[in-house]
Design a protein around this ligand. Structure first.
Ligand SMILES: [Zn+2]
Length: 470
């Protein structure tokens, strides 16, 4: 049985296995067309091996009626299940018959999905709040009477924009029909006009920003009202939250709540303030201990060493997300190159359209934004395209384990850790038979001696390690 890494502790993932694609005995004989006869049997074997499998959620049925009954049973009890599910799969049990069925270019002919009907509920729309996002977009959010739906209680639902409200004719006090699309995001399907009592009032969309009171603007071709005040507090807050987030600077020990707290206390007024936090003062605050402050400090320090695309994404430029940031960062030497680039030059980069290019030009011609970048650079944040960063986009180290020892010359420990993880590898904390590679810097000590006694461990220099990433 060939199996890939099943758990990834760092990402807190787990896998549930429901299929064996290849099984051979010691002599290379295919067990799937020999000893193993049924799908059910395969799952039982996986279970016996200790893997997570749906043994308690499957059943061999003798007729289509039995299949139907089993599905009905799960439809009624699926909300007690620990994993969100939107359906079941009906499969041919005999492996020989599966082979006879074969498959199309997209899917096997011996398996078919049954989707449960999306669950709906009625609730009352109590009020609408207007939230200002980091690009200034104002989003109406419906606050409804809490209602249980598909295993969670829903009390808050996005209404997207003004057009959505008008189109569905949604009023305050209306009875609304709530659905969980794909069983995840709640959605308002519509209202029930027959249940209106006469106390419904229209939703008034604000014409001024709920945070800074600036007049909202709406370009004709867009559906969204926007606050375009660069100093809007709500936007600053959302921008800072985006800056520290996983897909951006990925600052450990600093999430949404921390950012909000620091803004409220006046520690953070602009993004560059994140790099001059008053740690002594923070240590004295309720809920902060030496360990959490040290974590925060390490997270902030670590973020100075991120690949260029992360900084570009962290800036929160409209229409520029992770993919676009990666596309652009390989075409520039430094973030400051973008200040000089025209829409035409930018659209020459593959994947960059005129809308994105225009947005970048607008961002980099803004003095405040350029000041922010200068300040970030001064604080030590990486602003250049480093050769090893373009390597960090694959799974070349997948399933392999690493440990670094000695004084590293070419990169820091943090950077080494990042390179391993970004390429799908895993870091171990000690030398053992589970270790595949020991990377040694100068003056390596006991770890090297220990590793040399285990034949399966490969000892690498820093250069050899970097070569593995190419
Ligand atoms: Zn505003």
């Amino acid at each position: 049985m060939r199996l890939r890494t099943l758990t990834n502790r760092a990402r807190n993932l787990e896998a549930i296995l429901y299929h064996i694609s290849l099984a051979e005995d010691a002599n290379g004989n295919n067990l799937l067309s020999g000893k193993l006869e049924s799908h059910f049997h395969c799952i039982e074997i996986l279970y016996a091996c200790g893997f997570k499998t749906p043994v308690h959620e499957m059943k061999v049925c003798r007729s289509i009626e039995e299949v139907h009954e089993f599905i009905q049973l799960w439809d009624t009890k699926r909300h007690t299940f620990t994993i969100d599910t939107d359906g079941m799969v009906v499969k041919v049990n005999s492996l020989r018959q599966q082979q006879q069925c074969g498959s199309t270019t997209h899917h096997p002919r011996w398996a078919i999905a049954y989707k449960f009907a999306a669950k709906q509920a009625h609730s009352k729309l109590l009020k609408v709040e207007f939230q200002v996002g980091r690009t200034g977009a104002v989003t109406p959010v419906a606050k409804i009477e809490p209602v249980p739906l598909a295993g969670v209680t829903i009390s808050s639902i996005s209404l997207h924009n003004e057009d959505f409200i008008l189109e569905k004719d949604i009023h305050i006090n209306d009875t609304v029909i709530v659905e969980r699309a794909g069983e995840v995001i709640p959605y308002i399907v519509g209202v029930v006009p027959d249940l209106r009592s006469g106390h419904e009032t229209p939703i008034e969309f604000p014409r001024n920003c709920p945070s800074c009171q600036a007049a909202l603007v709406k370009p004709e071709e867009e559906a969204v009202w926007r606050c375009d005040n660069a100093d809007c507090p709500a936007q600053t807050e959302e921008r800072a939250i985006h800056f520290v987030s996983k897909d951006a600077m990925d600052i450990d020990g600093c999430g949404r709540e921390t950012v909000v707290e620091f803004i409220q206390r006046g520690f953070v007024k602009t993004i560059e303030d994140l790099y001059r936090l008053p740690y002594d003062e923070i240590l004295g605050l309720e809920g902060w201990k030496e360990k959490s402050v040290n974590n925060l400090k390490a997270g902030i320090e670590g973020s100075k060493n991120r690949p260029l695309w992360r900084l570009l994404n962290a800036l929160g430029i409209r229409h520029v997300g992770v993919t676009t940031s990666k596309d652009i960062s390989t075409h520039i030497q430094s973030i400051f190159d973008l200040e000089k680039m025209s829409v035409e030059q930018l659209t020459n980069i593959e994947g960059i359209g005129p809308k994105v290019a225009q947005s970048i030009v607008v961002f980099f011609s803004n003095e405040g934004n350029m000041h922010l970048l200068q300040e970030l650079k001064r604080a030590g944040v990486n602003t250049i395209n480093r050769p090893e960063d373009s390597l960090s986009k694959n799974n070349k180290l997948e399933g392999k384990t690493f440990l670094f020892t000695g004084t590293l010359q070419q990169f820091t420990r943090d950077r080494a850790k990042q390179l391993v993880e970004e390429n799908g590898g895993k870091l171990l904390s000690s030398v053992s038979a589970n270790l595949n590679y020991l990377v040694v810097g100068e003056d390596a000590g006991s770890k090297l001696t220990k590793a040399q006694k285990i034949p399966s461990i490969v000892v690498l220099s820093e250069d050899e390690f970097l070569k593995m990433l190419e």
